[in-house]
Design a protein around this ligand. Sequence first.
Ligand code: ADP
Ligand code: ZN
Ligand code: ZN
Length: 739
Amino acid sequence: MGRECFAKVIIDIGHPDLDRYFEYAVPEHLAPAVREGSSVMVPFGRGSTLRKAYVTELSDVCEYDRAKIRDIASVCEKDVTIEDRRIRLAAWIRHRYGGTMIQALKTVLPAKRKIAPKTVRYIRAVMSPEELAAALETAVRKHYHARARVIEALIEDPLVPFPILARNLSVSMATLKPMETAGILEITEAVERRQRLYGRAATEAFELNASQRSVVDGILGGLAAGDLRPCLIHGVTASGKTEVYMELIAQILKEGRQAIVLIPEISLTYPTMMRFYRRFGDRIGFVHSQLSEGEKYEQLALAASGKIDIMIGPRSALFTPFSNLGLIVIDEEHDGAYDSETVPRYHTVEVAEELARICGAGLVLGSATPSMRSYTRALDGRYRLFRMKERAKKGSRLAEVSVVDMREELLAGNRLPFSRELTDAVREALGRSEQVMLFLNRRGYSSFVSCRSCGHVMVCPHCDVSMSYHKSTGRLHCHYCGHEEAYPQVCPKCGSKYIAGFRSGTQKMEELLQKEFPEARILRMDRDTTRGKDSYEKILNAFASGEADVLIGTQMIVKGHDFPRVTVMGVLAADLSLYAPDHTAAERTFQLLTQAAGRAGRSDDPGRVIIQTYTPEHYSIETAAKQDYEAFYEREILYRRMLGYPPAMAMLTCMVSAETEERADAAAKRLAALAAEGEGQVFGPADDAIPKLRDLYRKVLYIKAGEGEQIIRTRNAWDRAVENEPVFTGVRLLYDMSE
Ligand code: ADP
Ligand code: ZN
Ligand code: ZN
C-alpha cells in the first residue's frame, strides 16, 4: 500500500464560516483524480447519504481521529455547476498566488447576506385616456388641485411610482385613496431592486466605422472558430473601443450567454455605466465601491438567478456567478487598480484568462497603453492583437505635445514649478475663457534623491532603481538588494551641491498658481479633497459646468474624463513616477503621460500638452510626448530582458513581516537559504520600501525564474517550512507573483 492521503473538504459553501471543513480519506483508486478544488461525493451524517463536497486541501497526515475518518465515495468527473467552476477557479488562485484555500474561496464566492426586498408602491391608471381627460376637467372645475396633478401625471404615464408623485407633486395617500374608490386609479405594490439606473434606455447604436467593424468581426470570427486566445485591442484614446465592447456583448447575448465588463475602480465609472444602460437597459447589473455589502450581494444574486446578463464593475465583478459566461471585457487593462492588494494578491487579467478557459468564454482586453505583459503576449501569439489607430469622431485630433526641460528653467532663474511656456499657455487659455488642467504626477511618490542642477537621480549600482533616503540611518538604501551608501555631499555626476529629496504637493502648487493668477478660479483634486462621499464627482461636475478655470490634481484627474473646454494640460514633475522603487516605474510613467496627453483637445481644438521634467531625455517621456507606444515598448522590453524582470522572467516578491527586526531578518534569511536549494535565482533579503509599518518590521526577497511553476515549487517548500520550523513563529509572509 502507498502512502495514505487525506482531504479536507467543505460541504456547504454557502455557510458564512468557510473554515468549517471535514476530513476524509482518499482511497487509492481515486488518488490520481482528487486535487484541490475537485468536487467529490462523500458520505455525510449518520446514514450513508452522499453529499457533494469540495476539496480544499490535501495532506498525508490527518488531524482527526484516523479510525473515524471515512472514504471519499467518488469524484465528480465533469465540472457542471457554476459552483464547481468557481471552486476550480479558487483552487487555481490558491495555487498561483499562495495563501490558503479559504482565502481564495472568500475571494471568489460572495459572502451571503440577507437582503430585505424593497417594495415600491405604484399608481396605475384604471380609466382610459379619454375618461382621464374628462376627470381632469371635473377636478379643475372643483378646485381639487392635488387630484388634478395626479390625473395629469397619469395621462403622461399610466404607471407612476408613488415616491415620485409624493416627491415631485407633493401628493399624499389621502388624495389617492378616494381616487382609487372612485375608480380612477389603482394602488399596487411591486418588488424592486435596491439599486438601479434610471434614464432613457435603448438608444440606437452607432453605425460602426470600418476599423471597429473589422475588430468586431475578427474577434467574433476567432471565437466562432474555437480560438479562445485572449484578444488585445490596442486602440488610441477615443478610438471607439467602448462601442466595440458593446457590439461584442450584443452578439454574445444573442447566443443566450452572459458578459462581464471590468473597469478600473474609480468613482467616475458612472458615465460608462450609463452608456451601457442606454444600450442594454435593465439587463445590466453593476457593482462599485459605494454600494453597501447588501446592495452588492443583491446585484450578484440577480446575476445568479438570470435576471441580468451583463455585469459592470471593478475587479471583484469578475466573480459574478453567471450560469453561462460567454465574454469578459477588461477596459484599460493596464490599470494598477486590477492588482489586488490583499491576500491572495491576484492579477485580474491573469485570473480572467483562467476563468475564460474554465467557462469556454472569450476574453477581450482594451487599452491605449497596453501593459508590458499583455503586449508581449500579443506579439508572441499567446494573445490575438487588434489595432485601432484613429479617433472615432471625425475631425478630432491628438494634441500638440511639448516637453520642457526644468533644468534650463532653473538656469534661467525661474524657481517656480511652472515653466515660462506653461505660464504663457495658461495665461492665453484663461484670456480666451478656456479651461486648464494641471496634473501633478505623484505616483510612487517616495523620498528619492536627485540633483537639482543636472537631474541625476541616485540609483542602486546593482539594480538600477532609485534609492530612498532613510531618516533613521541618514543613508541611501536600495529596496531590491539591500545595498546602502552614504548620502552624497555633492552630485556624483556634476559636482553640484543642490541635492535634495523631492517633495512637493498639490496644495503648494495651488498656492503658487493662485499667486501668479489671482483672478483664476482654481479647483484642487487630491486625496485630501476627495475624502467625503461623492466629493470626487462634485469636483469634476463643478469643473465640467465651468465653475472653475483650472483643475489641479494628482493622477485622479487624468483618467478617462472628457472636458471639451480644456485646451491646456500641464504635467508638473513628469519624472516623479519614474523613480518609484520598482521595475514598473517607467511603464507607469509612460501610461500616465500618454493618458494626460489624451485629455486635451478632445473636440475641435487640438489643444496643447506641456510636459515639465528634469529628464526630458528619458525614453518614457520622449515616447509619451510622441504618443509612440511601440517605441516605448521596444525600449522597455530591453530593460526587462536585461535585468530579468517580468514579463521577460517570472518573479515572486515575498514580504516577510514580524514584530521584531531580528525575527523578520532570521525568517527572511532562512527563506533565502531554502530558495537557494530550489529552482530560480534568489535576491535579497533587503528592507522593504517601508521598513516598518504598523509596528511590524518588513523584509523583502525576490525569486526570478523562467517559468512561474518553478517559483511556485519553491514557494510551496517555503510554506511547508513555515508550518514546521520555529524560526517562523509569529512571522507573516505576503506573496506577489507576476509573470
Ligand atoms: P474609447 O472607448 O476607445 O475611448 P469611445 O467608444 O468612448 O472610445 O468613443 C469615443 C467617442 O467617439 C465617443 O464620443 C463615441 O460616442 C464616439 N464614437 C464611437 N464610435 C463611433 C462611430 N462609429 N461613429 C461616430 N462616433 C463614434
Ligand atoms: Zn548633478
Ligand atoms: Zn539594489
